[in-house]
Design a protein around this ligand. Sequence first.
Ligand SMILES: Cc1cc2nc3c(=O)[nH]c(=O)nc-3n(C[C@H](O)[C@H](O)[C@H](O)COP(=O)(O)O)c2cc1C
Length: 210
Amino acid sequence: MKICIINGSPKAGESTSELLIGYLMSFIKENEVITYNVREMFFSNTQFSLIQHSDVLIFVFPLYIDSINSALLCLLIELEKRGFENKNINVYCIINNGFYEGRQNHVAADIMQNCCKAAGLTYGQTLGIGAGEMLPFLKEIPLGHGSNKNIGIALQKLSQNILSLHQGKDLFISPNWPRFLWKIQASLCFWYPRAKKNGLKRKELKDKAD
Ligand SMILES: Cc1cc2nc3c(=O)[nH]c(=O)nc-3n(C[C@H](O)[C@H](O)[C@H](O)COP(=O)(O)O)c2cc1C
């Protein structure tokens, strides 16, 4: 089976989407898999043709303002414009977001479902994962265990549907980690240091939020 994965993260460095693609690959590696990144911006006709002639298309991307980012949107518009001869393509998505609750991704999942309808493709399923920025810190933990238990189980369900070309109910999950702890850790170890790196003080962050 020909599977095309689109990494829809516009991030310049390592992304959670890239990590999730790596996890997914361990379930689908027996297939002919190609991966593209929306950061490339300009796809060649050959690349478009490979996307258009896949059996399965998988979009892996971050949630931006409860929606999808502009680079991915441009690609989706271009794909719809070019059209698909093979209308039997099944589309699956893995969306990760910054807030704890994976449920936040439900609007973006609906957008993807509508895009499939517009392009005449079959919408398979979306897996929405919360606390996305935490996942790289958990990468040493095996999937299906400890803090990666929910992610492992959900990825297995999604890949079973991908491999059998079945459709499934959208899944929304968070890592197995207490929400209050994640909130404290995310602020102290991630968001505050990142703000500092960008020349912002904690107080300034709060001022902006008021
Ligand atoms: C411009 C922008 C908008 C975002 N909007 C949301 C949002 O609406 N809800 C949310 O939970 N996270 C939001 N995030 C956080 C990202 O979804 C989160 O950092 C994600 O883990 C990044 O994934 P990536 O590493 O695959 O790019 C936003 C991030 C950026 C940069």
